[in-house]
Design a binder for this molecule. Structure first.
Ligand code: HEC
Length: 110
């Protein structure tokens, strides 16, 4: 009986840990957005709403090649040469995709 409790406790903790890790990544994505995208794209929900989750997945594929292609002549181009930025692309995706067209979350005012 004790053993079962112990296992449940361990599982619960693991769940919490995974939860907070996802949250940290999400926040990291938010930081990237604010630092690298926001001055042109204003609000995350506006950008997010442009595409469905599936479309966002495509946009973020291959080190976000499609996004890169949309900014051919900007400062943004150089971003995609930075390892640190490329590494954090999955977090940025997480952050933007929350407001995907098919997310069911309505646009916000903030
Ligand atoms: C210097 C300003 C600038 C920055 C910084 C910038 N963008 Fe853009 N972005 C633009 C412009 C201008 C367009 C429109 C280009 C076009 O019409 O295809 C665009 C287009 C896009 C599109 C296509 C949207 C559409 O309307 O179909 C996506 C997706 C996108 N940007 C994502 C991002 C992300 C993610 C970042 C941050 C990593 C970012 N952009 C940073 C200026 C910027």
């Amino acid at each position: 009986m004790k053993m079962i409790f112990l296992i449940i406790l361990i599982l619960l903790n693991a769940h919490l840990l995974i939860g907070s890790e996802i949250k940290n990544k999400f926040l990291e994505g938010g930081k990237v957005f604010v630092k690298k995208c926001k001055h042109c794209h204003d609000r995350r929900h506006k950008l997010g709403k442009k595409y469905t989750k599936q479309q966002w997945n495509e946009y973020f594929n291959n080190e976000a090649q499609l996004i890169k292609d949309r900014h051919p002549e900007h400062e943004v181009k150089d971003l995609f040469k930075k390892k640190r930025f490329l590494k954090r692309l999955p977090y940025l995706k997480m952050y933007i995709i929350e407001y995907a067209k098919d997310s069911g979350i309505p646009s916000e005012t903030n």
